[in-house]
Design a protein. Structure first.
Length: 223
């Protein structure tokens, strides 16, 4: 059956319009997709910036805490080390300061009692016992022990040997083995002129200094 020429033209026009509508719909959908992608990309960038800001803030050093918030310091021992005085001009030290600096340490016998108030300056006596009340502790009273008795328990390297008797006071050597290659009367462990010089090395486990046996008092001191 033949289709008239006018009707054929109408079909062509309708088909063209349908194609145009389809193209318009596709363009609209493409625009929506593009808009959605742009919004998502912007949101991702904002979130990324926030993450970086947070990370930087967390990695930045914390401001110093106030003194009130700081951890409390450990309690000081009975006899604290004395600070070295800064002397700009020659001054006269008090008798107490002179005693406290005796031997270069405020506690010569390491009994926990400062030199200036210790009733036995060179003898270990943390109890400060003074039976006869003469001002001299039992540990150094010439009526009870020999006048030359010295009992200092200071042991900086912790090897159980008091510093006064240790052949290397700063190096852990409980066996007190003495090796002197260069014959200068200095143990090679603490001889600074040798290549194997240790310098300072404390024992991993500290040993307690054994108390020495005090000598008997002389007859003249007991009178």
């Amino acid at each position: 059956m033949k289709v008239s020429k006018g009707r054929g033209n109408n079909l062509k026009v309708a088909a063209a319009q349908s194609i145009m509508k389809t193209i318009a719909i596709l363009m609209t959908m493409l625009g929506l997709l593009l808009t959605t992608w742009l919004c998502f990309d912007t949101a991702s960038e904002i979130e990324s910036n926030q993450f970086l800001t947070t990370a930087i803030a967390q990695s930045s050093p914390m401001p110093p805490q106030k003194k009130a918030e700081r951890e409390k310091a450990s309690p000081t021992p009975l006899c604290s080390p004395l600070p070295t005085p800064r002397i700009k001009e020659p001054i006269e030290l008090s008798l107490e300061d002179q005693i406290n600096y005796f031997g270069g340490t405020p506690d010569y016998d390491c009994d926990g009692v400062c030199n200036s108030v210790d009733n036995c300056l060179t003898a270990y006596n943390p109890d400060q016992k003074d039976s006869n009340g003469d001002g001299k502790g039992n540990a150094c009273d010439p009526k009870l022990v020999g006048e030359s008795f010295v009992d200092s328990r200071c042991d900086h390297d912790g090897d159980g040997i008091a510093d006064l008797k240790d052949n290397c006071p700063a190096v852990c050597n409980p066996d007190q083995k003495f090796v002197d290659v260069n014959k200068n009367n200095v143990n090679d462990l603490c001889d600074s002129v040798l290549p194997n010089f240790v310098g300072s090395q404390s024992c991993a486990k500290r040993h307690k200094v054994k108390p020495p046996k005090p000598p008997r008092p002389t007859k003249t001191s007991t009178k």
